[in-house]
Design a protein around this ligand. Structure first.
Ligand code: EPU
Length: 337
């Protein structure tokens, strides 16, 4: 177990904000986690469990305990003729899991290549990209209740998955800490190629297979999204809003053709990046904060930004989009403090 006091979170948030936590505790097993949970000081402290901090915005220092899992490992839990179920430790880097599955020839997560973050956090947020979400492969999630110390295995249905959300994200539900997830992958995968220009990108390869899909997705992501080591960022800052068909029709009349994806008969999803670009923010800088020039949905730390400065830029984006389109953007990034 690792326990540090007044510990810098610079390497633990991909915005690379220079903030500190009063305590940092990292456990390597479920037994170590239980020891922390039973500790009286821990129970009385403000606490926050993080993954690799790829979706967090620290507004200031954290006056409590930051918990971090170091539970790793990928093991085969079950194998049939058609599928394999992997049990993956919450601290495994998600992209390493994708690379492992792709190299084995097991499909179902290849479109989720290069998404930053750790596996436990991926399951909490229901990460998604290029027409796939992690919930598509989740079989179950193993977690500890922070208050009763009990272990519970949640079936996929019990996880309550929806777009970038699950019951684990709901702060009002019992606070669960994920230790392992179980994902089921296909030995004869059916590829998901409809999103954006993925199909076109694959035309450059002699065949469509898992390795090539992963390579094409990585290339698309690298061309659109900034490297957090160069410019701190948390991927998409806002979620893509869902609006009524009626609202969409009224906006289309006013603004002409708008990119959109049908959600249901009555609702459509609009790319927030497009809305932000229409408000003139794309590529603009505000002090130490920038709106990425290739993807307006990504806010970047140009160096030395504070959480407050980033939050202010986010607020002016939210306000401008609301004023122009009467659409309320909701952050995908979680504000801390
Ligand atoms: N667009 C613009 N201007 C921009 C950016 C986007 O007009 O600056 C429009 C274009 O019409 C483009 C469309 O938005 O075709 C969609 O853009 P993109 O394919 O980049 O996807 P996105 O909707 O902006 C979502 C996810 C990403 C994920 C991509 C690919 C959300 C909030 N974001 O972005 O996830 O990688 O799709 O599937 O759902 C993340 O969650 O951190 C993330 C990066």
């Amino acid at each position: 177990m690792k326990i540090e006091q007044d510990y810098s979170l610079y390497e633990h948030n991909t915005f690379h904000l220079d903030v500190k936590t009063r305590w940092f505790m990292e456990y390597e097993s479920e037994e170590e986690l239980l020891r922390i949970l039973h500790d009286e000081y821990f129970q009385e402290s403000l606490s926050l469990h993080i993954g690799s901090g790829s979706n967090l915005l620290f507004i200031g220092d954290f006056n409590g305990v930051i918990l971090h899992s170091a539970i790793r490992g990928i093991t085969i839990k079950e194998e049939t003729e058609d599928s394999v179920t992997l049990r993956v430790g919450a601290a495994e880097i998600w992209d390493d899991v994708v690379a492992y599955a792709v190299n084995k020839g097991w499909g179902g997560i290849e479109n989720l290549s290069l998404i930053p973050g750790e596996t436990g956090a991926a399951a909490i947020q229901n990460i998604g990209a290029y027409g796939m979400e992690i919930q598509d492969v989740i079989e179950s999630v193993e977690a500890y209740n922070q208050l009763s110390f009990e272990k519970r295995t949640f079936s996929k249905a019990e996880c309550g998955y929806s777009y970038r959300s699950s019951i684990f994200k709901n702060e009002h539900s019992d606070p669960y800490i994920i230790t392992y997830i179980n994902i089921r992958l296909a030995k004869q995968p059916s590829f998901v190629l409809y999103y954006g220009n993925l199909h076109e990108s694959l035309a450059a390869y002699d065949e469509v297979n898992l390795v090539n899909i992963r390579e094409a997705i990585c290339a698309i992501r690298l061309s659109k999204l900034p490297d957090a080591n160069e410019f701190g960022n948390a991927g998409s800052f806002f979620m893509n809003p869902v609006i009524s068909k009626q609202h969409f029709d009224a906006l289309s009349e006013k603004f002409g053709e708008m990119p959109h994806y049908p959600v249901s008969e009555a609702e459509v999803k609009i790319p927030a990046g497009w809305l932000i670009e229409q408000c003139g923010f794309k590529g603009k800088t505000h002090g130490h904060v920038g709106v990425y020039e290739k993807q307006a949905l990504v806010i970047v730390n140009l160096g030395g930004a504070t959480g407050d400065e980033i939050a202010l830029v986010a607020e002016s984006i939210r306000q401008a989009v609301y004023d122009k389109f009467k659409i309320e953007l909701t952050p995908e990034v979680k504000y801390i403090g």
